[in-house]
Design a protein around this ligand. Sequence first.
Ligand code: GLA
Length: 350
Amino acid sequence: MTSHEDVFGQEAAVTCFAPGRVNLIGEYTDLIGGNVLPMPLTKGITVTAGPAASGIHAFSTAEEAKIDINLQDGKKDHWADYVAGPLVMAEKAGTTIPPMNLMVESDLPAGAGVSSSAALEVATLKALFALTGQDRSDTDIALLAQKAENEFCGVKCGIMDQMAVSVGDQGHALALNCETLEWDQVALPAGWSIAVIHCGEARQLTDGAYNERRAALDAASEELRPHPLKSQSVEIAKKLSDPLVARRVRHVLSEQARTLRATEALRKADMSLLGDLMNESHESLRADFEVSTGSLDRLVAAAREAGALGARLTGAGFGGCIVALVAESELEPWWHAVSTECPAAWAVEL
Ligand code: GLA
């Protein structure tokens, strides 16, 4: 295995890790300051960092490529954008970026919808602050990482992924309010498994479609001003002038209500209710938010047919993964049935 020293001729000074995440429920609700319920994975991204004589150099073990990063350059549409973007944002916020070497090692599948980009952004920032001896809260780091995604990479994402990978606890779901950024960690009850299954269809280039969804929600907020969208009941959708915007709003407001109920269900270990709400969430994402695909729908159907209490697409959609709630004792036969029905599907190791 390649080490920091092999690549840069000097041992790393700091090692920082950020996990991937799967979202149990609360899809696109972060865009209205709503609630989400993501869970960190055990797999993730490790960034090691050490001082350099000059310049900023990043090496990815997956790409086997060393890249010189110039903070004056904009985004280049490759993996190092998720290193450069956070450094640029940290610099804008007042940190002097020293010459340094960074090595990136990942055991997360890229482009699968499990937040490998948020993990790289957050691990990079944690490494930067550890190397320069600065104390930053995990929330501040998540906010800087989101800024990098919004302003450097041009994806107008919410705060869910960066918070999940910055503050989430293993084995717990993060019950996060995306407006106040208050959260608590809810343990997964014994006897239950969360399965994350890739549908076999790579997540398509989604930046444009994602930003469009956001624009629809922003248009609705504008129309309803001064009343915040989040505080409205789902009935308000009927009063909006544009029928497409109305459907997007119907999803996000019904999803917000489901997420609050699902969080309570998880706290009370009412897994049957949690499963039902996950199923409703998928239907709403498919019909109203239109971010599902045929492969995701087939996989969700197979997961339920094989005995999952709930199954839904997770993350932004457009390919990638589903999340399913399965009794631990049934996990093996369940996966056997699902993979027989959907041979292109593969399980993301948690
Ligand atoms: C992506 C974004 C998040 C969130 C999800 C959908 O993962 O990065 O902010 O909006 O999509 O829930």
